[in-house]
Ligand binder design. Structure first.
Ligand code: FAD
Length: 492
């Protein structure tokens, strides 16, 4: 037999190309996809914290797991990716101290102290310029995880009437704190019947409710790009009523996913194209693009779909009506951020910053979520820059304007920092993020229905992640672990 001038790999590619057959590709699929073992096979789609946590639990229970991740890195939105020498992340940075499942997993992996963190002690004061400006003064808007009544009373310009009414919120906060797990929002379905804004207006009265939304709640929501008048109150109140702090993990936000990916079989650069409806044996086939760009397929016993919720409908065929309804209601918001990198000669001499309420009497400030002028830091190789973030309220105006973000924001930044000249700008970086999940009124109930249906009996497809738990890393982690426990209960 004469030897081919093509390598085995080349021959495989030629054969697949000639026949255009995905089935052949899957027949040629390396058998090493699953580690040797006799347990059920599971493919987890998505190596974010939810997928990794689910895979960890399943493997411990004897499943043969493989994780498909389309990026060349793991951790999803819980990752520290360097975007040049710039401060400011388009990913998660801190975690809630209420994240029990996450800390327990950290402990199991021997890295609990790295996963836990220190409280974020920012010095909010008018002198430092750090804080929220509502036109009456600069103040600490309060943490993400605590609606502190005494602190709220100190907001400059707050009417005495509103200040007196604040205690009316206490009973609800106590009840939510006692009954709702911020990591598994299905425990909060009873509070999914109105928006955050409507809630404050109902309890405090229209005028006081609007004051609180403007001075405090809008800023808490803006971090997620949420509109207080469409976001389910429990998506936010589950944090605000919690007494637990928001902390920055000592080892960095990526510690837990990095550790999990170091001990789990993750196929990076592997993009799932679609997942078929169940076949006559009840199993689903995953069609994917392998890292070497070959089209392949695999039919495991179980698929865990732990991707961003907005991708669910386009990825999975044969969703149930409840899953379909959830995915149609799952969309992401945008947070526009732009950097003007300056030449060394024209950088600011000191750090200057500002953050404003969207009801600020100065219209330019009302359009500004926050801005920073940052001197260069040579030891960090960081150039001087000016950073601007547009308010959530004005984001749609920019989106409808057909303008580049830097052009749209130029008049605002010019007014806030008049020294900025186009001739001093050496680079412009669009740092906008559009991967923040929205949780509108009714979403939590849809989510709970999907989970109830999922729990009913053995399936070939399970959903895990932020979109079926809550809009933060601790919820995604808890979701991965709890879904895995259900699968184990069904399959073993
Ligand atoms: C800017 C920003 C700031 C945030 N700040 C915080 C914060 O401070 N604290 C906090 O707790 N939370 C924060 N969050 C939210 C938090 O990051 C997420 O809730 C959490 O990381 C979601 O985890 P997940 O595993 O559900 O999804 P993801 O982390 O999104 O993981 C999904 C994975 O699926 C992969 N994937 C998608 N499609 C495919 C495909 N076709 N084939 C294969 N793989 C695929 C993706 O690449 C990704 O790795 C923030 C989010 C953003 C965007």
């Amino acid at each position: 037999m004469s030897e081919s001038k093509f390598s085995v790999d080349q021959q495989r590619r030629m054969l697949i190309k000639a026949l255009g057959a995905t089935t052949l590709a899957s027949a040629l699929m390396p058998t090493s996809l699953f580690a040797a073992g006799r347990g059920p096979t599971a493919v987890i789609v998505g190596a974010g914290i939810a997928g990794l946590s689910a895979a960890w639990e399943l493997r411990k229970a004897g499943f043969q797991v493989s994780i498909f991740e389309k990026e060349n890195f793991t951790g999803g939105r819980m990752v520290e990716l360097k975007t040049g020498p710039l401060h400011g992340a388009t990913h998660a940075e801190g975690v809630f101290n209420a994240n029990r499942e996450m800390f327990a997993l950290g402990a199991e992996l021997g890295i609990e102290s790295q996963v836990r963190g220190e409280a974020y002690n920012q010095v909010w004061s008018p002198e430092s310029g750090l804080g929220l400006d509502n036109g009456h003064g600069i103040y600490d808007p309060g943490g993400m995880s605590d609606f502190n009544i005494e602190m709220t009373r100190k907001i400059p310009g707050l009417s005495p009437e509103t200040s007196n009414k604040l205690l009316l919120l206490q009973a609800d906060m106590d009840e939510i704190n006692a009954t709702v797990d911020p990591c598994l929002l299905e425990t909060g379905t009873a509070y999914d019947n109105e928006s955050v804004g409507d809630y404050y207006e109902r309890v405090l009265g229209k005028a006081s409710g609007k004051e609180i939304v403007n001075y405090k709640i809008d800023t808490a929501c803006a971090g997620w790009g949420w509109d207080p008048y469409s976001t389910s109150k429990i998506a936010l109140l589950s944090w605000l009523s919690s007494k637990e702090q928001f902390v920055y993990p000592r080892g960095g936000i990526a510690t837990l996913p990095a550790k999990l990916s170091s001990v789990l079989p993750v196929q990076t650069g592997t993009t799932v194209r679609y997942i078929t409806p169940p076949d006559s044996n009840g199993r689903r086939t995953i069609h994917y693009l392998a890292a070497n760009l070959e089209r392949r397929s695999v039919t495991p016993d179980v698929v865990v779909c732990a991707v961003e919720g907005k991708y669910l409908a386009s990825m999975v065929q044969g969703l149930t009506p409840k899953q379909e309804a959830l995915s149609n209601n799952c969309f992401f918001t945008k947070q526009p951020v732009v950097y003007w990198i300056l030449d060394e000669k024209h950088g600011p001499k000191e750090l200057i910053m500002g953050a404003y309420t969207s009801g600020h009497p100065d219209p330019m400030k009302a359009r500004t979520y926050h801005w920073v002028a940052m001197p260069g830091v040579p030891e960090l190789n960081q150039p001087p820059y000016v950073r601007y973030s547009l308010s959530r309220k004005h984001t749609p105006e920019w989106q409808n304007s057909d303008m580049a973000i830097e052009d749209y924001c130029w008049p605002m930044i010019k007014q806030l920092y008049p020294q900025l000249e186009k001739s001093h700008v050496v680079d412009i970086v669009d740092h906008s993020c559009d991967s923040l999940i929205h949780m509108p009124v009714g979403y939590i109930n849809q989510m709970a229905e999907v989970l109830r249906e999922q729990r009913k009996g053995k399936k070939s497809l399970y959903l895990a992640g932020e979109y079926v738990s809550g809009a933060h890393t601790g919820a995604a982690c808890a979701s991965g672990r709890s879904v895995a426990r259900e699968i184990i209960g069904h399959w073993i």
